[in-house]
Design a protein around this ligand. Structure first.
Ligand code: NDP
Length: 286
């Protein structure tokens, strides 16, 4: 039987509706959640992402402030802006769109965002808190993937979960979240030996590789839940995931599409984090 498709757009609409309701409740208390979005340079994909985030904010009733800086912006200038936003009590979340131009040290900029405004969940303190199981902002992409897995009704505890990819923003936190939900987790990367065999043992398979069609049908266990994080622009000019969708959909129980899967969920989780940030900073909740 072909896999059921996990509809990222529908689930994202649900998460955004929850964020909008929480935002409306805060506004009743006189708190206006606000996200500052900083874009440096003219990268076309980043421009699309920033537009999407601003429009999500509008949908949820969250105020957004866009700061567009030229590609020639120095690290000191960017750090000065982040410093001003950090001090501004009206701004609850700061998102610096990555990647930054090569002359700017990304980690230095991430480190400058105070943890309570780090709605991307990338700052060292948030990463550490997540590892320790303490209250924190979860990074949006893995948090969205987790919510998608949960939406299938699959019990995660005790399952074999395989994450392909070990980046700081997707693979590592994804593995950690699955571990925190009591899965038995294996992380694969470019040096992994016998990767296909490891994937074949996965009840839950998350692909975050950045290579179109990397996960083929023969790598997937029948009945698995397959989450495709990849966003790759194919030779046809269209967006494709890391999973060979047609072949894998024949074997998996659940699969996420690209586009319309993890991408919309990532954006929705940012809205949730921003409202939570406003609540925490104003003492209105959490
Ligand atoms: P990175 O390039 O930072 O990491 C890719 C990971 O894949 C690395 O750990 C790398 O291993 C591993 N890898 C690469 N080639 C192979 C291979 N042949 N075999 C096994 N492992 C391999 O990417 P990101 O984690 O940032 O992103 C992954 C994908 O997800 C991209 O397509 C990106 O566009 C997409 N993405 C989508 C988001 C969304 O909202 N849907 C959000 C973020 C990312 P090693 O560490 O050994 O180099």
């Amino acid at each position: 039987m072909p896999a059921q498709i996990i509809d990222g757009k529908a689930l994202a609409a649900q998460v955004k509706a929850e964020a909008a309701a929480a935002c409306a409740a805060l506004k009743q208390k006189g708190i206006a959640p606000c996200l500052a979005v900083v874009l440096v340079g003219e990268d076309p994909a980043s421009q699309v992402y920033v537009r999407g985030k601003v429009s999500d904010c509008a949908q949820c009733g969250i105020e957004s402030r866009e700061h567009r800086l030229p590609a020639t912006t120095t690290q000191a200038q960017l750090l000065a802006l982040v410093g001003r936003l950090s001090q501004d009590p009206a701004v609850h979340g700061i998102l610096v769109q990555l990647p930054l131009p090569a002359h700017i040290d990304e980690q230095a900029v991430i480190n400058a965002i105070p943890p309570e405004k780090d709605v991307d969940g990338f700052s060292p303190l948030n990463v550490g808190r997540m590892q320790l199981g303490q209250p924190c902002y979860l990074p949006c992409t893995p948090a969205g993937c987790l919510r998608m897995i949960e939406s299938t009704g699959t019990a995660i505890a005790g399952k074999n979960a395989v994450v392909v990819g070990r980046s700081n923003i997707v693979g590592k936190p994804m593995a950690h979240l699955l571990l925190a939900h009591d899965a038995t987790v294996t992380v694969c990367h470019s040096k992994t030996r016998g990767l296909a065999g490891i994937c074949q043992n996965a009840d839950i398979l998350v692909a975050a590789v950045g290579r179109q069609g990397f996960v083929t049908g023969d790598m997937v266990k029948p009945g698995a839940v397959v989450i495709d994080v990849g966003i790759n622009r194919g030779p046809d000019g269209k967006l494709h995931g890391d999973v060979d969708f047609a072949a894998v959909a024949e074997k998996a129980a659940f699969i996420t599409p690209v586009p319309g899967g993890v991408g919309p969920m990532t954006r929705a989780m940012l809205m949730q984090n921003t409202v939570a940030a406003a609540a925490r900073q104003t003492g209105a909740g959490h």
